[in-house]
Design a protein around this ligand. Structure first.
Ligand code: GLP
Length: 247
């Protein structure tokens, strides 16, 4: 692993995804060792899959317990029926929750099935505050520079709210849903300000397809055109990439 301090965000280039996932799993384990009630922020998508596999394997080996921890996911699609296999709730069950020992009530995703989703988005903010705020937020990057579902145009003051998904985001999701028409048009996402309120943020990016957005994150002007650039204003953010995403 090579650490570069020349970038505006401390950047770690790992020889492989696995090396990166182990390093981050170590940090998560240290959080829990120091404070078993730690609050984590989780992302979905292909990027964090290996990290969750590593956490599940450490739990399986009796080396890691989330029994007193809690967590909040970044976002969830609106307008899907409850239990939809491509909801982020189902995704989290499949990739993490069913393999580790979180108490179910301590795992949170935006309540997209609430009778009043606008209110549900607001309550998500208060639930995060009541839990004491997020200690460590795991974050992926959308190819258009989105974080969570904060699409280009999202300002740094945004909080958890209902958003319209960008066309490029829906196109990226089309292969999962089978067709573009089946991809939801709206979601509830933590806002940029919600994400920046986490005490530590660990951004992951793997593969050649992420090289352009990694470059934008580090070198474009900080602006809502590329919401990921707002991460540069966070005091404790790190970027972890593999050689391909480092470009
Ligand atoms: C989705 C999620 C983001 C995620 C991004 C990248 O749109 N809302 O939280 O970081 O896509 O996904 P992937 O990791 O599959 O490239």
């Amino acid at each position: 692993m090579i650490r570069s301090s020349r970038n505006p965000i401390p950047t770690f280039v790992h020889a492989s995804r696995v090396e990166c996932e182990r390093a981050l799993a170590d940090e998560i384990a240290e959080c829990i060792a120091r404070s078993p009630r730690s609050v984590f922020g989780w992302a979905t998508g292909s990027t964090p899959i290996g990290l969750y596999r590593e956490l599940a394997s450490r739990h399986g080996a009796g080396r890691l317990s989330f029994a007193r921890a809690s967590c909040f996911n970044l976002d969830e699609y609106l307008d899907l029926p409850a239990g939809h296999p491509h909801s982020f709730a189902a995704w989290m069950d499949e990739h993490l929750f069913s393999h580790v020992d979180f108490v179910r009530e301590n795992t949170h995703l935006p309540d997209v099935h609430a009778p009043d989703p606008v209110r549900a988005a607001r309550s998500y903010e208060s639930a995060i505050s009541r839990a004491g705020g997020i200690e460590l937020q795991v974050l992926g990057l959308g190819r258009n520079g989105h974080i969570g579902f904060n699409e280009p145009g999202s300002t740094c003051e945004t909080r958890t709210r209902i958003v319209e998904l960008a066309e490029s985001t829906r196109l990226d999701a089309a292969h999962t849903f089978g067709s573009l028409d089946d991809v939801p048009r709206r979601a509830i996402t933590m806002g940029v300000a919600t994400i920046l309120a986490a005490r530590r943020i660990r951004v992951l990016a793997f593969g050649r397809a992420k090289a352009a957005v990694v470059h934008a994150l580090l070198h474009d002007a900080v602006s809502s055109e590329c919401p990921a650039t707002f991460l540069r204003e966070h005091p404790a953010v790190e970027l972890h990439v593999d050689v391909e995403a480092a470009g």
